[in-house]
Design a protein around this ligand. Structure first.
Ligand code: ADP
Length: 446
């Protein structure tokens, strides 16, 4: 009723005036009045229609016309409609922008394909993995851009539960996992995920299991063989029995060492094994390790100790002892009889350096970067003969990393090596500033 009230009351008013004119001045005056009103109404309507059509031509640029009465009502409603449309358009633009930003940030390559497998859209990561370019390749058939036979077979099979693992066509070092996801009407999303790191970790895990099995199989076979011999034999010379038991004990210890080292590694790797914050007295520890070296060597080497700093360390005593102990035991095991082994603790460039230097067989440069890999040995049989598990330096690396420290290795084949644990300033306590480099005479232990 709101819309009709005003025009009807104006019409009633006009008719009333016309009637009064008819009564007072005759029919001609009344008709002239009505024709005049009609002409004014028509002119006004034309004018408003012109303003409306001008506004509708470019509603964003021209301000909406203002008017009284019915036209005002119409303009107001149209403007409201326009405002609502503008709001939803800007919401849509915002959503699209957000989607565009998110798609740019996604590390996976994403390509939208239409029902004919033509590219509708792709994100920047798809350029990195598949060499696609959104601007250049829009509308192209993907099968002409990625032509590998296994990809085409994957595309044609349209088996959406399957993933295709393949090398990136741009870089053979990158392994991709491709997946097709159907959506909308006959559209598909092709997702390419970089799984190079996963593959590497998987290969490391497989190698690790193979290595552990191999390491355990040899001593187990030896022990099993002797147990069988002893079980079958009715009488055996006492000397043979003793020798068999000694060998069984030896191999059992080897397995024990291996399991101990594996457990240590797994403890170090487990996320919930937090690092202790103890004060580790390195000068005292160095003394103890030097004595241990003496005992391991059994007098076959000369052991020296050089402590040039009173600095202590913050960390786990047990872990640091085990890491430095591994360096010391390696030096003893890989240095021929009569060689020298030197343990030293000093400050260098604000860092605490615990070094173990030997005059042993040394390591060729090409092996050095791989020494801290699990089960990596330069000479497998030499390592085994001396009771090595191949895990010592892997443990050292883990412990040092947990203490924000690093392992440096300098070695010359035939001359000897220096394995040094370098601790950052943040791990040092009570370091006397004057102790940057204090010459300390080599001192034989024991
Ligand atoms: P292992 O139990 O075999 O000693 P490690 O992880 O402790 O295992 O050491 C890995 C390899 O590094 C050893 O097999 C050996 O070839 C080499 N290595 C370690 N320390 C020394 C050293 N002081 N002198 C020469 N070679 C060493």
């Amino acid at each position: 009723m709101g819309f009709w009230w005003r025009p009807l009351s104006v019409l009633a008013g006009v008719l009333l005036v016309a009637l009064m004119l008819w009564a007072g001045s005759g029919a001609v005056t009344a008709l002239t009045f009505l024709v005049g009103i009609q002409a004014a109404v028509m002119l006004r309507r034309l004018w408003q229609e012109y303003r409306l059509s001008r506004w509708l031509e470019s509603p964003d640029e021209v301000t909406p016309p203002e008017a009284m009465g019915t036209w005002g009502d119409i303009f107001y409603r149209l403007e409201k409609l326009q405002r609502r449309q503008r709001d939803s358009r800007s919401e849509l633009t915002n959503a699209l922008e957000q989607f565009e930003h998110a798609a740019q940030a996604v590390p996976d390559g994403m390509v939208i394909l239409n029902g004919n497998d033509q590219i509708d859209w792709c994100n920047p990561a798809s350029r990195k993995y598949m060499g696609l370019d959104c601007e250049r390749d829009r509308g192209q058939f993907i099968r002409y851009l990625l032509r590998q036979a296994h990809f085409l077979e994957f595309l044609d099979a349209a088996d959406y539960s399957r993933r295709l693992v393949c090398k990136s066509p741009l870089n053979r070092e990158i392994t991709l996992s491709l997946q097709l996801v159907p959506f909308g009407e006959a559209k598909k999303l092709l997702v390419a995920r970089d799984i190079t790191e996963l593959e590497r970790v998987d290969a490391v895990r497989r190698d690790f299991i193979a290595n552990v099995s191999h390491e355990l199989r040899t001593p187990l076979t030896v022990v099993g063989g002797f147990v069988e011999t002893l079980a079958d034999a009715t009488t055996l010379p006492a000397a043979d029995t003793r020798r068999y038991f000694a060998l069984m004990l030896d191999n059992t210890r080897r397995m024990q060492h291996l399991l101990d080292d594996l457990l240590t590694l797994s403890r170090l790797e487990s996320a919930d094994h937090s690092l202790k914050d103890e004060s580790v007295n390195v000068p005292e520890l160095a003394q103890a390790l030097a004595a241990e070296a003496e005992s391991l060597s059994g007098g076959r080497h000369r052991v020296h100790l050089e402590v040039a700093s009173d600095a202590k360390l913050r960390g786990s005593l047990q872990e640091i002892r085990s890491a430095l102990g591994n360096l010391v035991s390696n030096a003893v095991r890989y240095t021929p009889d009569g060689g020298d082994i030197t343990l030293s603790w000093q400050m260098k460039d604000n860092e605490g350096v615990f070094a173990v230097t030997d005059t042993g067989e040394g390591v060729a440069a090409e092996h050095i970067p791989r020494l801290t890999e699990r089960f990596y040995r330069v000479d497998r049989s030499r390592s085994r003969e001396t009771g090595g598990t191949g895990l010592g330096l892997a443990i050292v690396k883990h412990v040092l990393t947990r203490h924000s420290a690093r392992l440096t290795i300098q070695s010359t084949p035939g001359k000897g090596s220096t394995f040094a644990a370098v601790f950052p300033k943040s791990r040092l306590i009570e370091a006397s500033p004057s102790a940057t480099v204090i010459p300390f005479p080599a001192q034989a232990v024991g």
